[in-house]
Design a protein around this ligand. Sequence first.
Ligand code: TRP
Length: 338
Amino acid sequence: MCSTLQHKPIVLTGDRPTGPLHLGHYAGSLRNRVALQATHEQYVLIADAQALTDNADDPDKVRNAVIEVALDYLAVGIDPERTTICLQSALSALPELTMLYLNFVTVARLERNPTIKAEIQLRGFGRNIPAGFVCYPVAQAADITAFKARVVPVGEDQAPMIEQTNEIVRRINRQVGRDLLPEAKALIPEAGRLPGVDGKAKMSKSLGNAISLSASPETIREAVRRMYTDPDHLRVSDPGRVEGNVVFAYLDAFAENRDEVESLKARYLAGGLGDAAVKRRLEEILQAMIAPIRERRRELAEDRTFVREALREGTQKARAVTAATLSEVKDALGVFAL
Ligand code: TRP
């Protein structure tokens, strides 16, 4: 009865499937997940229902990205034997929990969520906010609590979602008079987010500044060649800036040899090290890192039934876990039991 599995802390993460994943996802969370699956009971949610909250006019994009994202997971080493990979839209307990939780949140609070606020502005919704969109933090609270996750590794921009989840958890626990649902802790990578190749703060497919995990050697070469460095570093002999220099941000994120990076930085700062030389080194590192991922992804893409099967099995397992939580919550909140 007490298998060791049950004693491992539960971790849940998720991604919106809108296209293949990129190096930003890799540095920010995929790498962590490969490590976490050894020590945690890990669930990874392909959040297609959430992706539809702002892509309802383009369901093909979301549907087609589901398998792409699953392929990326397997290609980087997320192991379906150790990590439960599941599909959000196939877990009906999640929207049921969402409906119940919505009664414990105000519209004013939803509109104050900093991530939602920023996204409303970015997309120019004004007052015409899709209701599903403004409610997605509640759906995310349902995701997190349905698995009773205590650890949620996410990027910095998702911290307000965890905060809002915990408010809902406390509100419900107060309503039912006991610790029915656990609070969750955001696990935010220290390194911060990976900038886009153009120097913008965020790597994103829609901004066109991303290197995908399935990028060809030529695409990688070209992306590194165009990469934003220090615009004032005109001659090799000039001292250069490392701060805000994308090439060094990537070396920090991906080079295994820290001493080498520190020495490159020192030489660049002092003057005498050209952009072309540092870029050459970064390109070598990225090519070596992405090649096995691309190769494994290509092999897996040839046998999509394996990928589908892994997703189906994971979803089945997740269905049992989330349905059990839903019954507990309905029961505790006093919903009529037939
Ligand atoms: N909102 C997350 C993102 O955009 C994706 C997500 C959905 C998620 N459900 C989750 C992340 C549950 C962590 C836990 O990246």
